[in-house]
Design a protein around this ligand. Structure first.
Ligand code: ZN
Length: 273
């Protein structure tokens, strides 16, 4: 039974219904505690306007989505990525976000060298850390399900993400997302290992069957993940931040009225998280 005071909604959950301005208004009116913001929506709104609206609301920003995408075929490509990550850190600082979520990136075009991609990810995060620390923006490495290793994120287990954190030191932690990690037989031990390095916790559910690898996530309670068990493991680390509902659902929830999605998020958050 999660406390509604910790409910944050990732704006991707209502991405087809709302602009950022509309999401801030709708979430606030529904007494949601937090929002996680996407940079494409932020760009449409404009950073100053977003900062102003958030200041007038009670919403806390649980995260900015996203930085990352570090691997590239050449040095120029890697530099472009670093420049973009630097801008993302600046935006996260201006928004007062709890973290910048990193989706690390997959194989560069034409490459089969997964180990090299992972080295580029380590080097990229390492290059960003001084700027992140100076701006007091925690970086959150989000391990993604292995089905995304090629095209989105070559960091696929919590263990891998924590190895990077061990190597890189202060200022970088992990985002634990039940959708990506629920299957891992080592999950409880790795959440224990993460300890205070859990900087974000994301919930949704795994539908059976899943017909679309990207945009078919379920509402909590509609799938097979024992979310409350994982929540218990996360709580045991001492994590007391916002808990973010993040549902990419082109087939269901994006087709429903935003107010209905928010209402069901609130109900299921209390019952299933
Ligand atoms: Zn997530």
């Amino acid at each position: 039974m999660a406390d509604l005071a910790r409910l944050s909604i990732n704006q991707a959950t209502t991405r087809e219904q709302y602009s950022l301005a509309q999401a801030i208004t709708a979430y606030s009116e529904a007494d949601v505690a937090g929002i996680s913001i996407w940079r494409d929506k932020l760009a449409e709104c404009g950073l100053p306007e977003a900062v102003r609206m958030l200041g007038d609301s009670n919403l806390r920003v649980s995260g900015l989505c996203r930085g990352g995408s570090f691997p590239a075929i050449d040095a120029a490509g890697r530099q472009t990525s670093l420049d973009d990550n630097r801008a993302a850190i600046d935006e996260a600082a201006a928004l007062g976000a709890d973290c910048l979520v990193l989706v690390a990136g997959g194989l560069p075009e034409g490459s089969k060298d997964l180990a090299a991609a992972r080295e580029m990810i380590r080097d990229g995060i390492g290059a960003m850390l001084p700027h992140a620390r100076a701006n007091k923006v925690p970086l959150a490495i989000e391990p993604l399900h292995p089905m995304y290793a090629a095209d989105r994120c070559a960091i696929n287990t919590l263990s891998q993400a924590l190895d990077l954190c061990d190597e890189l030191g202060a200022g970088v932690g992990v985002a634990v997302d039940v959708y990506h990690l629920w299957w891992d037989p080592d999950l409880q031990a790795q959440i224990d290992r993460a300890g205070s390095r859990v900087v974000a916790y994301h919930v949704c559910d795994w539908l059976v069957p899943t017909t679309d690898l990207l945009l078919d996530r379920g509402m909590m309670g509609d799938g097979v993940i024992d979310i409350q068990q994982i929540s218990g493991w996360v709580e045991n680390t001492g994590y007391n931040g916002l808990i973010e509902v993040e549902i990419f659902s082109a087939h269901n929830w994006w087709k429903r009225p935003g107010a209905e999605v928010i209402r069901v998020c609130r109900e299921r958050f209390q019952e299933k998280v």
